[in-house]
Design a protein around this ligand. Sequence first.
Ligand code: SAM
Ligand code: SF4
Length: 465
Amino acid sequence: MYNLPADFINEQKVWDTLEANKNAGFEKIMEVLAKARLMKGLDLEDVAVLTGISHPELLAKLFCAANEVKETIYGKRLVLFAPLYISNLCANECLYCAFRATNKDIVRNSLSQGHIAREVEVLIKQGHKRILMVAGESYPNQGFQYVLNSIKTIYNVKTEHGEIRRVNVNIAPLSTEEFGQLKDAGIGTYQIFQETYHRETYGKVHQGGKKCDYNWRIFSLHRAMEAGIDDVGIGVLFGLFDYRFEILAMMQHIFELEEKFGIGPHTISVPRLEPATNSDIASRPPFPVSDIDFRKIVAIIRLAVPYTGIIMSTRETAKMRRETFALGVSQISAGSRTNPGGYGEGTEDDPSGQFSLGDHRSLDEVIRDVASMGYIPSFCTACYRIGRTGQDFMDLAKPGDIKLHCGPNALSSFKEYLQNFASPATAENGNKLIRETIAGMNGIARLRAEKLVQRVEEGLDDVYC
Ligand code: SAM
Ligand code: SF4
């Protein structure tokens, strides 16, 4: 199935829409921003109008609208996670990635289950509750079973400091049957980035291995959804091609999933090309995305798909990460390593990592910083654990309902972190923020928050509503 051309990525339509809307005037732009504030999403033309904005005053208006939508839907919550690279073995030849098959200058490593468990223990001890499991596309000894075993290993690590409560995965596309097994293994979100939606560029930067097949990749989320995985994540590797084209093509992908399966992606990631060992293209991106355009991308996505989470990784600097929280980012990684085994024994600038990192701070430092900006770091995994996924999650994802659940849950999971893992300085800042946040709440949300936080103070872990 799905061997047909992916007609829903209609390149001509993307170019035509961009061309027709590139010089939209002030009134048209304000009309689109007013529509965006209704938080019902935007169509292709609207998105094209926003990609054409370049005047600083209009950009400021775009950022302001994105901030309003972000605050209304998500409040001040920021979900935290850590990537866990289990293997950098790869049969593909992606020109931008250090893990590509012909790169001889990195140390190859596929972690044993014991080693994965040790890495997980390190992350648990730091206070993490959510892991994004990542791997190259080659599992030489046990095949796909290696992936399944690794998920099981992660969930089975129970320590005096707690456990991992949600495993998301970012691995190469699978068959429908394998996706079914992935679902049964209890994953949270299945993530896959198309890298570039532009077919010609896709062909140029993927020069060997199964990943050369654009169709196999673009239809992977159809297969995942058919297999019952209803939380899926998408993304573009920005820098490979014109970002305007990529945003519109990604919207076409989203519309296709909504039309076929009644639900779009749970998250969108916005990786920007970073230097990688022996990769020219990663050091000199063919379509470099400036910092201002990067902020614009985040703001446009926030307005176009208001209820979809936006993930910002440690590829970006602390400064850029800070700036994008206000524009729509809702999930961040912290204290990351991109080399397998990197948490136990690696260094953050290990050349065997997948790419260079922009933010080298520890989880505790990131949390202190985020809290000092008034954001509530959240380790909540409630929705996934009680089955509020896919459409059920989207039904909940209305500002009022989110306030009743996510707000109190974020506070109790943050309190748990502060009590069990934080440095004294972070605990002091964080506890003050929790008190101030609860003081600013009212009604049922406040009662719930007070009760949940109190239960954590009494020594209970993992409390949520
Ligand atoms: N190997 C699988 C795949 O390619 O789908 C799974 C994950 S791959 C390790 C994770 C993502 O890292 C890729 O989808 C790509 O977008 C990103 N990536 C690769 N090289 C990068 C680079 N130089 N800078 C930033 N992100 C990069
Ligand atoms: Fe392999 Fe993924 Fe890197 Fe491509 S991006 S070389 S598939 S790990």
